[in-house]
Design a protein around this ligand. Structure first.
Ligand SMILES: Nc1ncnc2c1ncn2[C@@H]1O[C@H](COP(=O)(O)OP(=O)(O)OP(=O)(O)O)[C@@H](O)[C@H]1O
Ligand SMILES: [Mg+2]
Length: 484
């Protein structure tokens, strides 16, 4: 089936279409300086192909949420969910073929990367029966697959880069078609950019980016100058889904608009300087601020509501494991988790990355598909890091319920202490907790314990010999004093 998506017009006014099916197989890279019209181009593509193909947008600025109303995309706000929930939502999205905007506005750079990594990995790991074709649009892709290190932790950078690499390099078989846009090719990891076979290059000023763009378009260096002179909204296009030779395309109009848009000059206010001074310094006489509003009544967790919208009533398909008894599956799962935790390399790796390792090890043990999904694995990994390798039984339920209110990455450390307290064993040392928490910083461990204590889940006391013990007041469990 050929579906042509009309992107705009060439120099002679002829329509320039993109072949949607070919695009699914060959991916797209868009480059252009700020204001060159990349987001407008992505919006045109999304609007014109809405209803023909499932669409997922990773949206760092919250630009694309305006598609929700006219086209029915579900908006997932990164701020409202834990990593685990985001990964679970991603799997549901594949199952139900929902079109979705993942809005990352308001998250710090590291949070954006974590959220996108969990989401993309969740989509990537979806079971085979849900490998339907989906356009995965990532605006500002250099944020998620940067060339260099930057401010964020190595673990987060690796997880995000790994997820983007999977999307672009290994996604095709799974039905994932990456459509990525970036302001600067030089800032985007090369292996991520290299897997796109279609290019739309917009106005680009810096020589280094211009040279890379010209290379990708197969242009001579001296022809590359024209990339500098492109008008806003005009792109040079090349690739199997658009044209075999580079053509210039002026992107057509869109139905919806970005929230915000370009700033327009508006007349300055005409207050004379004295009035302005008064306006600026008048806060001293202002009435005191109103008291804060009373706390909102507890609402249904956002993730639950979203799950309901996405899923309606169908339960998630359970992987079938025909030729193994449940006890055997449980034993293999426990031994694979044990092996992963024992591997010194895995201490600082993110669950989404280790999940791939888990799948491979399970396959080697004759367990395919794997017995856990990413969300389940993340939880079991935290338990395993705390020394609980078998699936935690009913007796762990109260402790796991308590841990629900903690961020995902604290679960392992919480359970390590909880296990010692439950068994009346000595309190784990800061170094042991650090290892479970995946850090080498004892300062971070102290902040972690302080945080859990501030939530009244732990109460620690130091005896006169300077030895710490920790109690879990809700459960009545207490560790013995630490040995070191
Ligand atoms: N083909 C076009 N037709 C009409 N207006 C356009 C076109 N392309 C872009 N614009 C307008 O130009 C402005 C900048 O475009 P856009 O936001 O798409 O740029 P961008 O390349 O995504 O920039 P940034 O990298 O800063 O996000 C927007 O107000 C947009 O509406
Ligand atoms: Mg943009």
């Amino acid at each position: 089936m050929t579906i042509l998506v009309d992107m705009g017009t060439d120099r002679t006014g002829q329509s320039v279409p993109i072949d949607l099916e070919e695009l699914l197989a060959t991916r797209l890279l868009v480059q252009g300086n700020s204001g060159s019209g990349k987001s407008h181009l992505l919006r045109r593509l999304l609007e014109k192909s809405a209803g023909q193909v499932q669409q997922v947008v990773i949206d760092p600025e919250g630009d694309f949420v305006t598609l929700a109303e006219p086209y029915g995309h579900v908006v997932i706000d990164g701020l409202d969910h834990s990593e685990r929930e985001v990964a679970a939502l991603a799997e549901r999205i594949r199952e139900h073929r929902a079109s979705v905007i993942l809005n990352l506005e308001g998250l710090e750079a590291e949070g954006q990367m974590r959220c996108a990594a969990a989401f993309l990995s969740g989509m990537f790991e979806a079971p085979r029966e849900h490998w339907y074709p989906v356009l995965v649009v990532v605006d500002e892709a250099q944020l998620f697959a940067p060339t260099g290190g930057g401010e964020v932790s190595e673990e987060v950078r690796r997880a995000s880069l790994g997820a983007m690499t999977n999307l672009m390099c290994r996604g095709r078989k799974r039905g994932l078609a990456g459509i990525i846009a970036t302001q600067r090719l030089a800032k985007l990891a090369k292996n991520v950019a290299a897997e796109a076979s279609n290019f739309l290059m917009g106005r680009t000023f810096l020589d280094i980016d211009m040279a890379r763009a010209a290379d990708l378009l197969g242009m001579e260096r001296r022809q590359a100058e024209q990339i500098r002179d492109l008008q806003r909204g005009t792109f040079l296009a090349l690739g199997p889904a658009v044209s075999r030779r580079a053509v210039s395309v002026t992107i057509g109009a869109v139905e919806t608009s970005a929230r915000g848009g370009s700033p327009k000059l508006t007349p300055l206010p005409d207050a004379p300087p004295e009035d302005m001074k008064e306006l600026l310094f008048s806060f001293a006489e202002e009435a005191p601020p109103p008291p804060p509003p009373p706390p909102a009544p507890p609402k249904q967790p956002a993730s639950e509501a979203l799950m309901e919208r996405l899923a309606a009533s169908r339960p998630a398909a359970q992987p079938s494991l025909p030729d193994k008894e449940p006890e055997e599956v449980a034993a293999i799962t426990a031994s694979v988790l044990r092996a992963i935790v024992a591997d010194a390399d895995s201490a600082y790796r993110a669950p989404a990355v280790l999940f791939q390792d888990f799948q491979v090890r399970c396959r080697m043990e004759g367990l395919s598909p794997p017995p856990l999904d990413l969300a389940g694995f993340t939880r079991r990994l935290a338990c395993a890091r705390a020394g609980i390798f078998d699936a935690p039984g009913e007796d762990w339920a109260p402790a796991l319920d308590l841990a629900e209110s903690l961020p995902d990455d604290m679960l392992g450390a919480f359970l390590l202490v909880a296990r010692a307290a439950r068994e009346g064993a000595p309190c784990p040392s800061d170094a042991e907790i650090a290892e479970t928490y995946g850090t080498s910083s004892l300062g971070r461990v102290r902040r972690l314990l302080g945080y859990i204590e501030s939530r009244d889940l732990f109460v620690s006391r130091v005896d006169l010999a300077g030895k710490r013990s920790i109690s879990l007041p809700h459960l009545g469990w207490t560790t013995r004093p630490a040995e070191v």
